[in-house]
Ligand binder design. Structure first.
Ligand SMILES: [Mg+2]
Length: 192
């Protein structure tokens, strides 16, 4: 196991982390706290809102900068998810109301020549379980469902919607020895 940063995330095994070429993120309970605000406009159009953590966004950008393929795969169809993915520049956003995630991930892998052992999946609930059982790096959040925690090789200390994706990104990139370089680059690009 690689050493964790003083106040950083739980460490990830370097060999497992270096094998990863694609990172798949669940939405509800991972990028959000799983809550959904439901309402309607004065015209009676239904409105659904979700709250995303801004710090996760930078984690996603740094993983992309590291050359990892990124995908957001949700078992719930929501305009909020599409908008957040667009904001983050994640082109691969797939929402399947039936939560059939394995065929979606398999298609993404095939298009990029990625194998199951090269996929990391950060999920929290039973909808993720079939795919978590296949990927090389099954990962979950602090409040993942017990069945998910059982198969996860890595579990963060942060809950979904509370910086869990950022924590995972840091753990993954630290284990690959890429975190410090990427943070330095990020700072340099904003140094005037
Ligand atoms: Mg979920």
């Amino acid at each position: 196991m690689s050493a964790a940063a003083p106040c950083g995330p739980p460490a990830l095994a370097g060999a497992t982390a270096r094998r990863v070429r694609m990172v798949v993120l669940d939405v509800d309970g991972v990028m959000t706290d799983g809550g959904v605000y439901m309402g309607a406009t004065a015209n009676g159009e239904s409105v659904e809102l979700k709250r995303f953590d801004v710090r996760d966004g930078l984690g996603i950008r740094l993983m992309a900068k590291a050359g990892l393929h990124l995908a957001i795969v949700s078992g719930r169809v929501s305009e909020s998810t599409r908008l957040r993915a667009a904001e983050l520049g994640v082109d691969e956003v797939h929402q399947d109301g039936g939560a059939r995630k394995i065929p979606v991930i398999a298609r993404l892998m095939e298009a990029r020549g990625v194998r199951w052992e090269e996929v990391a999946l950060l999920g929290d609930d039973l909808a993720d379980l079939p795919a978590l059982r296949r990927v090389g790096l099954p990962a979950t959040v602090a409040n993942g469902a017990p069945e998910v925690c059982e198969v996860a090789l890595w579990q963060g200390k942060r809950v979904g919607g509370g910086g869990a994706v950022r924590e995972f990104a840091e753990a993954l990139l630290r284990a690959r020895n890429e975190w410090t370089r990427l943070v330095d680059e990020y700072c340099r690009e904003r140094d005037g």
